[in-house]
Design a protein around this ligand. Structure first.
Ligand SMILES: C[S@@+](CC[C@H](N)C(=O)[O-])C[C@H]1O[C@@H](n2cnc3c(N)ncnc32)[C@H](O)[C@@H]1O
Length: 412
């Protein structure tokens, strides 16, 4: 039967997901995973799977097995017990960060949490594991089906209620610090549509007005927002936190007034360890100074949170340009907040002179980094490549307003 509308399509996806939770469905999933792990391509794998488990189960089992294969990078072995669609996997946060958020949300004693927009249930699972009773709400029937199946698969169904509901209405009706009868809430608005990022928070689903209403009405709440959120939007009394893992920002959070303990927080998770820098008020800019023996590239969570000057003070470092987040100091830094490079040469940006310098120093391979320059790093690295054996990191930036190249970590 042809699928006519997104409602029909959702109903068909729900039917398929239910079929996959039967013993026959589970066997089809196991078989699909084995074929994928053995390297089967879609045509050969699906043909084989259809012959073995029937046409009705083969397509859905193949689709879920592919998402599970992708999800292993984030969810580890547990991915093979969970159901995701492509959309909900893309929207899913990291389980270790969901666990960290859940612990902080519940530390004050809240025992019931509304997960407003549960998608495939990453936050719901973390909250239930942290000991909360969870009301998992979503407007999307596929999301509700996934969350219900996932909490069942992990043995958490006794603590989770899955509800069809609109977070906008639930938050508008919130009273006495509670939403939908829960004393705490997680809100993770959808920030993409049609494969594109929604840059304007008013177009998120639920929109920005629901974010601010929740933070105001339910003080024990946390909202996931886009890392690029304008600081001016953060309401007074609300802590904003930027979290990075492996040098990239992975989430930005707004903590409700009952949970906020500072103005801004930068968090870096490195090798399983969590490092934090906080400020109770805007610390202002770091001082500006000359390029010295070492260049430091601050972690993006530090930059986005506006806390670079705190780490600069610790390192005795200054900015090389008032508008660019590169720091410089006399000494190397042993800090989770910066990546450091020894500065060997500083010259005005000029391709010919740079080539000449690298040639005389025997450098044939470079990694190019840039800030505040329109150059394209990969293409400059290619242009500078020769047979010489030495290596270097070439940093193209501005120093006191002037286009400048720093040649760092030179080896011959
Ligand atoms: C970014 S996802 C949540 C991801 C989830 N926290 C996780 O880590 O897996 C946003 C979810 O909110 C749901 N949603 C969007 N608008 C909503 C609304 N007004 N009420 C309830 N749910 C909504 C979407 O269907 C989607 O499942």
């Amino acid at each position: 039967m042809p699928v006519h509308s997104s409602e029909d399509q959702a109903a068909e996806t729900v039917r398929q997901l239910r079929a996959l939770t039967t013993p026959e469905g589970a066997a089809a999933l196991t078989r699909a995973a084995a074929l994928l792990d053995a390297g089967a391509d879609a045509v050969a794998g699906l043909t084989r799977l259809r012959a073995e488990v029937g046409a009705d189960l083969a397509g859905p089992a193949w689709g879920i097995a592919r998402q599970r294969q992708k999800a292993r990078a984030t969810f580890g072995a547990e991915a093979d017990r969970l159901l995701f669609t492509a959309d909900t996997l893309e929207q899913a946060g990291r389980p270790e960060l969901a666990a960290r958020r859940a612990a902080r949300l519940l530390a004050g004693g809240a025992d019931s949490v509304a997960d407003l927009g549960c998608a495939a249930g990453t936050d719901t699972i973390a909250l239930a594991r942290a000991g909360a009773r969870v009301l998992a709400v979503d407007v999307d029937p596929v999301a509700r089906e996934l969350t219900a199946a996932n909490v069942e698969a992990l043995g958490l169904a006794d603590d989770v209620w899955v509800l069809a509901g609109d977070a906008v209405e639930l938050v508008a009706a919130a009273r006495g610090g509670e939403v939908a009868g829960c004393s705490a809430a997680v809100l993770d608005p959808a920030r993409r549509a049609g494969g594109k990022r929604l840059l304007n928070p008013d177009t998120w689903s639920p929109p920005w007005s629901t974010v601010t209403a929740l933070l105001e009405r339910v003080p024990t709440s946390v909202v996931k927002v886009a890392p690029g959120l304008d600081h001016d939007r953060v309401p007074d009394g609300v802590e904003a936190e930027w979290v990075s893992v492996g040098g990239s920002i992975v989430e930005a959070l707004l903590w409700g007034p009952a949970l906020s303990t500072t103005w801004r927080r930068a968090t870096v998770v490195r090798d399983g360890e969590v490092h934090e820098v906080t400020a109770d008020a805007d610390p202002g800019h770091a001082p500006v100074g000359p390029v010295r023996g070492w260049l430091h590239e601050p972690d993006p969570a530090l930059i986005r949170s506006g806390l670079v000057s705190l780490v600069a003070a610790d390192l005795g470092a200054s900015l090389v340009d008032p508008t660019i987040a590169y720091l410089s100091s006399d000494a190397a830094a042993d800090s989770p907040w910066v990546s450091s490079y020894r500065v060997d040469e500083v010259l005005p940006f000029n391709l010919k002179k740079l080539r000449g310098l690298l040639r005389t120093r025997g450098v044939g391979r470079v990694v190019v980094k840039k800030r505040g320059s329109p150059i394209e790093p990969e293409s400059l690295a290619r242009q500078l490549r020769t047979d010489a054996r030495g290596t270097a990191t070439v940093v193209v930036t501005r120093v006191a307003g002037a286009p400048t190249v720093l040649v760092c970590d030179l080896t011959t």
